[in-house]
Ligand binder design. Structure first.
Ligand code: DP6
Length: 328
C-alpha cells in the first residue's frame, strides 16, 4: 500500500485557460504541451488501515490550508474508487526545481501524486485513469502523466471521463528542441492561474473567441510538431500566448501578468529572429518567458535572456513519462 512516482512539469504551446466545471476541473478548450525534462517532482504515497487525518509533506514541511486540501481531495477520490478499504495516508513530495525556475511545480506534483496514489491503492498502471485523476488536482497536471508532446482533449461529457491528456509524439520525437525558462522576476504573482482564469471566463468579453481559437490551434499545431518545424510551432505558440494574455487583459479588473522585463525579452526574441537565430516565446500566467529554440542556438538564446535581466536560465528538453521509482 505504498508507492513512489516521479513526473516532469510541462509547458503549454497551446494554453488551457478557463474551466467549464470548477469541481471536476474540465476545460472549455483543448490544449497541448511539451513535458519538460530534466526537472521533476517525486512523490511517495502510503495508505494505512488506520482512521485519522492524512499527513501531507511538501518540500520538507507539513502542508496546511488550501495546499493540503487539494492533496487530501485527490486521495479521497482514490479511497472512494479503491476496491479495498483504505485509511489515512502519508504523502511526501519533493521537487528538484531550481527555486528560480519560475515554473509552477503543480503539474508535475499532481501527476506524480496521481500515479503514486493509484498504485499504492492497488490499481495497475493506466495512463488514462491517472491523467483523469491528476486533472482533479490541477488541470495542467493531466498533461504530465505522459512524456513528449501531450494534448489534453477537452471532452464533452459532464463526468469528465473523456477529458484527459494523450501523447501525440513521444519524448524522442524532437530531441534537438530546447525550452529555456528565463527567470526575469522573482515576485510572487498577484493572481494565481486558478483565480485568473475564473475571472477571465466570467468577465472578459473576448473569452468565447479565445476558447474557439485555442480549440482549433490545439489541432492545427500537430502536423508542424510532426515535421519538427520550429518556425511554424514557435509562431503558433507565440500567437496563442498573446491571445491568452489578451483575453486576460480584457477581464474586469484587468489581468496583466507581464512585467517590463518580460516585454524586453519578447523584443529581444524578435531581434534574434531578425538576425537569423530561431527563437520564439511562450508565457504562462506569470512574468517569466519560456523560449523555444534548438540545441544549436541554445547558448546564444541563453546569453540574450541573461542580457535582458534573467537572473537564471533553466534549459529543458522534451521529458519522459511519469514513472514508478524506488522509495527515496
Ligand atoms: C497558464 O493547471 O495551474 O499555465 O486547473 O486551476 O490548477 P488549475 O490551473 P493550472 O493552470 C495552468 C494555466 C497555464 C496554461 C497551461 O498550462 O495550459
Amino acid at each position: 500500500m505504498r508507492a513512489t512516482a516521479k513526473a516532469h512539469p510541462n509547458i503549454a504551446l497551446v494554453k488551457y485557460w478557463g474551466k467549464r466545471d470548477e469541481r471536476l476541473i474540465l476545460p472549455h478548450q483543448s490544449s497541448l504541451s511539451v513535458t519538460l525534462g530534466p526537472l521533476a517532482v517525486t512523490t511517495m504515497v502510503e495508505f494505512t488501515t488506520e482512521r485519522g487525518a492524512d499527513e501531507v509533506r511538501i518540500n520538507g514541511r507539513t502542508a496546511a490550508g488550501a495546499e493540503r486540501e487539494r492533496v487530501v481531495a485527490l486521495l479521497d477520490v482514490v479511497r472512494r474508487e479503491a476496491k479495498k478499504r483504505l485509511g489515512r495516508a502519508r504523502m511526501v513530495s519533493a521537487g528538484d526545481f531550481p527555486a528560480a525556475a519560475g515554473l509552477a511545480s503543480s503539474a508535475a506534483a499532481f501527476a506524480a501524486l496521481a500515479v503514486a496514489a493509484r498504485t499504492a491503492a492497488g490499481f495497475a498502471r493506466d495512463t488514462r485513469a491517472e491523467s483523469i485523476l491528476a486533472r482533479r488536482g490541477s488541470g495542467s497536471a493531466c498533461r504530465s502523466v505522459q512524456g513528449g508532446f501531450v494534448r489534453w482533449n477537452r471532452g464533452r461529457r459532464a463526468d469528465g471521463k473523456d477529458s484527459f491528456g494523450e501523447q501525440v509524439f513521444g519524448e524522442r520525437h524532437w530531441p534537438e528542441l530546447r525550452l529555456l525558462v528565463g527567470m526575469v522576476s522573482r515576485e510572487e504573482k498577484e493572481v494565481k492561474s486558478r483565480d485568473g482564469m475564473r475571472a477571465t471566463v466570467e468577465t472578459s468579453p473576448y473569452y468565447p473567441a479565445w476558447a474557439k481559437d485555442a480549440e482549433a490551434e490545439a489541432r492545427r499545431i500537430v502536423p508542424f510538431i510532426k515535421r519538427r518545424d520550429l518556425e511554424a510551432v514557435g509562431t503558433i505558440a507565440e500567437q496563442n500566448a498573446w491571445r491568452m494574455h489578451a483575453t486576460a487583459f480584457a477581464a474586469m479588473p484587468p489581468l496583466c501578468y507581464l512585467k517590463p522585463q518580460t516585454l524586453s525579452v519578447i523584443e529581444a526574441c524578435r531581434e534574434l529572429r531578425r538576425r537569423g537565430t530561431g527563437a520564439w516565446f511562450t508565457l504562462d500566467a506569470g512574468p517569466n518567458p519560456v523560449l523555444l529554440t534548438t540545441a544549436g542556438d541554445e547558448a546564444t538564446v541563453a546569453r540574450v535572456l541573461e542580457q535582458h535581466g534573467a537572473a537564471e536560465v533553466v534549459s529543458c528538453r522534451p521529458g519522459g513519462d511519469a514513472e514508478l521509482v524506488p522509495a527515496p
